[in-house]
Design a protein around this ligand. Structure first.
Ligand code: ZN
Length: 139
């Protein structure tokens, strides 16, 4: 069983989907949120010039995040609210869109962005992955 990277549910098989240039392993329910990318085609995919640069940056970040995840837990940084808000706005997404995609309540996203609620590490990691940002620091 594998875990859907968007909603976190365990599934017997996952699709690779592309949401705003970020690749997620997602369940069938969440696949409609992005474009399905066939694993075998991903190597041959041609990117536009900006897409290529973006994708490379994303891969570096992902590798860093994965290393980070392996090295243990961390703490959510102080300016998580601004980082999440900016990341969301720069993607032209509404709070309710983000809530739906990552399977959280809209009020949670709102509280995070206003700094009233500090996400736990699991949610913070989900937000990091979704927005391709960094809000967890080493302890
Ligand atoms: Zn899902």
């Amino acid at each position: 069983m594998a875990e859907c990277e968007i909603c976190g549910r365990s599934q017997s098989s996952l699709n690779q989907i592309d949401i705003n240039g970020i690749i997620f392993n997602s369940c069938n329910d969440c696949s409609s949120l992005g474009q399905i990318v066939k694993k075998t085609d991903s190597e041959r995919r041609t990117y536009q010039q900006t897409g290529r640069a973006y994708s490379q940056k994303r891969m570096e970040k992902q590798m860093f995040n994965e290393l980070k995840a392996d090295s243990g837990d961390g703490i959510v940084c102080d300016d998580f609210a601004d980082i999440i808000k900016f990341a969301r706005q720069s993607r032209g997404l509404k709070q309710k869109d983000v809530a739906k995609i990552i399977n959280e309540k809209e009020s949670i996203i709102h509280s995070i962005e206003t700094g009233k609620y500090m996400p736990n590490l699991k949610l913070a990691k989900k937000l990091e992955k979704f927005f391709n940002v960094k809000i967890i620091e080493a302890e």
